[in-house]
Design a protein around this ligand. Structure first.
Ligand code: NI
Length: 163
């Protein structure tokens, strides 16, 4: 288990398309564990492979509820419904927040860390997080979807106080 370096705005790997994972083995499980550690270290909600410099279709999400951290391999949105206007940030864009439109509900198919096929139905924050993280796998970033005029920079001091 280890905390990985999070790639930030301007790193071209964030714009690349991640590749499908062929086999969910110990190596992949180790990466997923590191991704969860990294996510928790930054108090984030979600993290995708390219954000730690790996072009693999891997996503972790933690809403800090009873579902615990979710580890997803090769996730795909198979259904989506409605829209929600949400406030959003990204670990690769520290201290930046903006309003964007996300689907209100999504259904995602993926493999779990044991290579078993799973289906996740999410609404609200979970739909937002799934949509955001799956975008990362295709090199799409939240700044591409900002509602004009809503981008805000939050001073780092404020974040330090929360830790
Ligand atoms: Ni992000």
């Amino acid at each position: 288990m280890a905390i990985r370096i999070v790639r930030e705005d301007g790193d071209e790997i964030l714009r690349k398309k991640a590749k499908e994972v062929q086999e969910v083995d110990d190596k992949i499980r180790e990466i997923l564990d590191d991704m969860v550690d990294t996510l928790h270290n930054y108090n984030g909600v979600g993290l995708a492979g390219p954000q730690i410099g790996l072009l693999k279709r891997l996503v972790v999400i933690d809403l800090y509820d009873d579902k615990g951290p979710m580890k997803l391999v090769n996730p795909v949105i198979i259904k989506q419904k409605g829209e929600q206007e949400v406030e959003e940030g990204c670990l690769s864009f520290p201290n930046q927040f903006a309003k964007i439109i996300r689907p209100a509900e999504v259904v995602v198919e993926a493999l779990n860390e044991n290579g078993k096929k799973i289906k996740i139905k999410g609404s609200g924050l979970l739909a937002q997080a799934l949509s955001h993280e799956l975008d990362h796998l295709d090199g799409i970033l939240f700044v591409d979807k900002i509602i004009p005029g809503t981008l805000e920079y939050v001073t780092p001091e404020k974040n330090d106080e929360e830790k």
